[in-house]
Design a protein around this ligand. Structure first.
Ligand SMILES: Cc1cc2nc3c(=O)[nH]c(=O)nc-3n(C[C@H](O)[C@H](O)[C@H](O)COP(=O)(O)OP(=O)(O)OC[C@H]3O[C@@H](n4cnc5c(N)ncnc54)[C@H](O)[C@@H]3O)c2cc1C
Length: 509
């Protein structure tokens, strides 16, 4: 005997839970099977250090891609806060400060740093162009997948050429003259993506990072990313969804009449299945060839600090750390790091970026830590692909970590090590995750934070897929980050898979 459902969701990351909630709201019987003991996948918040009451967003930490419509549809109490500072980039004894609202301070910071009078104008012009693009594309994300021709027509030929056809390297060189400015812009094309600025993968990742909700603003989730999961779990329970943690799915078989889902200990029958896990994992479960995709390419560090370090450039640390702090991310440095990592060498200078959650939202700290002036710091190192850690994992991890911290320390008066809090056992509060560790813990294939290669959020004109979530089986859908528009914390994969599944359930009734 199988327990039977209209829909079984494979994996209880945020996308899987969002898909489940849309289906249950439409009256369907749904089960979510998660292999770990906790739901949430890459959107978990945890007390990472024993005896230290700081609840860190362990993996993902900022939100831009999650459409307001999903929050409203599901009536989630999930709030995000704007950061006053967009980014600060120290360089020697000065730096570039860019506020979220591009104001006189940002303008004069760029001009003073670069000594180029038109560089700030170029910045403003470029980002106005991006907003033009984003405002048109963002509203399509929860609708059936548009075609390339439709989007091209919508955004106009000039924007299409600049942002889609031309390599990002060319567009950046056309707008900007300064190496550091170009690098700051380029980083959005390299988050979790191992590519040169000239490669298509960088252009796709770049657009992805700038179109969220039509403005591309990256905001801080109040209470940490885990609040999204808590809200979804509470809704799932109230909708009567069957939530089954510790259910490691081993096999999925589409019999033509229904789908059988087998875990270590139970079998389930479903009319449709939504894979909230990666397409790579789905392929293994159905006995298919896994798709090829880029290695995950980041080293993630979480820290708790007793104080914010002072910077050599003299900027107030509360300003420098409240936006994204870019370390060694000039265009040349990014390209050099890519070239080194591509041939298996740990880059001598590792570009990294970081931000302090607690400067915008201190609610993740206990009153005691808040009053004592503690802060959290999240570091995301670029161009550190999984392949760098394949041999001698632990030594490579130590080497990369040491280089990232040394890179940061170049710009600090107080070395970061002197600012680390210690846990109940006296160990410094720093947690480091390589791509391999991300794969082991939450199943990201080769640590790829997007479950696979990102694609432009449209399809070729002859692509028969309606939502970008379809598979070879008419009863199985991809509802996680690996869906065509699914990457990041967005819920878009989950929403779109639920829409496709509801249509199929109506057809097969
Ligand atoms: C270090 C890091 C930093 C990031 N930073 C950001 C950020 O700041 N902002 C942002 O938008 N995005 C960020 N991302 C990306 C983002 O977190 C992910 O793309 C997104 O959370 C994926 O969500 P998901 O629900 O699709 O899948 P996941 O969160 O990966 O969930 C999939 C779930 O499926 C489960 N599963 C897998 N296989 C099986 C199986 N066989 N049986 C049962 N269950 C299974 C897994 O355990 C997991 O819980 C980051 C990711 C990482 C790792």
């Amino acid at each position: 005997m199988f327990e039977s459902f209209d829909a079984v969701i494979v994996g209880g990351g945020h996308n899987g839970l969002i898909a489940a909630c849309y289906l249950a709201k439409a009256g369907k019987r749904v089960a979510v099977l998660e292999k770990n003991s906790e739901f949430g996948g890459a959107t978990a918040s945890v007390y990472a250090f024993s005896g230290v009451s700081a609840k860190l967003s362990r993996y993902s930490y900022l939100v831009a891609l999650l459409p307001d419509q999903i929050i409203a549809d599901l009536n989630l109490n999930f709030k995000t806060l704007s950061r006053k500072v967009s980014s600060y980039t120290p360089h020697s004894k000065s730096g570039i400060l860019i506020n979220r609202i591009f104001d006189d301070e940002s303008r004069s910071s760029i001009s003073k740093f670069t000594g180029i009078s038109h560089e700030a104008d170029a910045w403003q012009k470029f980002y106005n162009r991006i907003v033009e693009f984003a405002e048109k594309v963002a509203p399509t994300m929860l609708r059936p997948l548009p075609t390339e021709s439709e989007i091209r027509e919508m955004v106009g030929e000039e924007l299409w050429q600049e942002l889609v056809v031309q390599p990002l390297s060319e567009t950046l060189n056309k707008y900007f003259s300064n190496d550091v400015v170009k690098g700051i812009v380029l980083t959005d094309g390299l988050i979790g993506t191992f590519a040169s600025a000239a490669e298509r993968a960088a252009s796709i990742c770049f657009l992805y990072h700038l179109i969220g909700n039509g403005n591309g603003e990256w905001k801080v989730p109040v209470g940490g990313m885990g609040i999204l999961v808590n809200e979804l779990l509470a809704l799932a329970k109230s909708l009567g969804i069957t939530l089954l943690p510790n259910s490691n799915i081993q096999k999925i078989v589409d019999s033509g009449e229904h789908v059988i889902v087998e875990t270590d200990s139970n079998n389930f029958q479903a009319s449709v299945v939504i894979a909230g896990c990666s397409p790579h994992e789905l392929a293994k479960l159905i006995g298919d060839q896994p798709p090829k995709s880029l290695d995950g390419s980041q080293l993630k560090m979480n820290m708790v600090l007793t104080k914010l370090p002072r910077l050599r450039s003299g900027i107030d640390p509360k300003v420098a750390f409240s936006g994204t702090l870019h370390i060694d991310e000039s265009y040349q440095q990014l390209e050099a790091a890519f070239e080194a990592a591509k041939v298996g060498q740990v880059p001598s200078v590792i570009p990294a970026e970081m931000y302090c959650h607690t400067l915008t939202d201190p609610s993740i700290l206990s009153d005691e830590l808040r009053e004592a002036g503690f802060h959290t710091l999240t570091v995301f190192a670029l161009h550190t692909p999984a392949s760098l850690f394949d041999r001698n994992h632990d030594e490579s991890k130590s080497l990369v970590s040491a280089r990232v911290l040394a890179g940061l320390n170049k710009y600090l008066i107080d070395p970061i090590e002197s600012c680390l809090a210690v846990d109940a056992t006296g160990k410094p509060c720093v947690e480091i995750k390589t791509p391999q560790e991300l794969e082991r813990e939450i199943g990201l294939p080769r640590g790829n934070i997007f479950h696979g290669d990102l694609e432009f959020p449209w399809k070729t004109n002859d692509d028969p897929r309606k939502w970008g979530v379809e598979t070879k089986s008419p009863r199985i859908f991809i509802g996680g980050a690996g869906a065509v528009r699914g990457g990041g914390v967005s819920g878009i994969g989950g929403h779109n898979a639920a829409m496709a599944a509801l249509e199929r359930l109506t057809e097969i009734k």
